[in-house]
Design a protein around this ligand. Structure first.
Ligand SMILES: [Fe+2]
Ligand SMILES: [Fe+2]
Length: 188
């Protein structure tokens, strides 16, 4: 990431993209009917997204509560976080249950699972837009430049650490997918 005038916004955007890439890799595994691989990728995604949300809840939202007249209230982000985590664990359960089903057409199963994940994708997309259009710029306006950089560095270091801990395992899983997906690892 380049040094920038909007460190918080760029940081959020960067990690939203990395998370989305990982989710899409999981969907690519589904398209290939590799349910076990998709399930492992979704488990990593769940851990990384939970860590992402946990830090937003503990570091960003308490500060955001002090913003006067925010575009979207801090409580809305919090509620969306809960909804996202619930939808994600349901998607995970659905995928695990699908693996155990016998006699079903794998192609129909894939369609069903991808359809099921659409709500989660939609909620996430809107939520991340809100964070990038509301939360991050509002915090940037409220905080001093150095305070903002310090906060972004603290968040960035923690998120990077979570990805770094899983990097080798993720790379090993992703190499099981095709070349197109492997190119995502540069972003992961
Ligand atoms: Fe969030
Ligand atoms: Fe976020």
């Amino acid at each position: 990431m380049a040094t920038d005038t909007a460190p918080l916004l760029n940081l959020l955007n960067h990690y939203h993209q990395r998370l989305e890439n990982l989710f899409l890799c999981q969907q690519e595994a589904l398209v290939e009917q590799r349910f076990e691989l998709a399930s492992q990728l979704l488990t990593h995604y769940q851990a990384l997204l939970s860590a992402h949300i946990e830090l937003e809840n503990s570091l960003l939202l308490p500060l955001h509560e002090k913003v006067e007249k925010p575009r979207w209230a801090s409580s809305l982000y919090k509620r969306e976080h809960e909804r996202i985590l619930t939808l994600l664990s349901r998607a995970k359960e659905k995928l695990n249950a699908a693996q155990l089903e016998e006699g079903r057409s794998p192609r129909r199963l894939v369609i069903e699972l991808l359809d099921y994940q659409r709500t989660l994708k939609g909620v996430l997309e809107h939520h991340e837009q809100r964070e990038e259009q509301g939360l991050a710029p509002e915090l940037s306006t409220m905080l001093e430049g150095s305070e903002q950089s310090k906060l972004a560095a603290q968040l960035g270091a923690a998120w990077q650490q979570y990805f770094a801990e899983r990097q080798d395992t993720l790379n090993a899983l992703l190499t099981q997918l095709d070349l197109d997906c492997r190119s995502y690892t540069t972003k992961l």
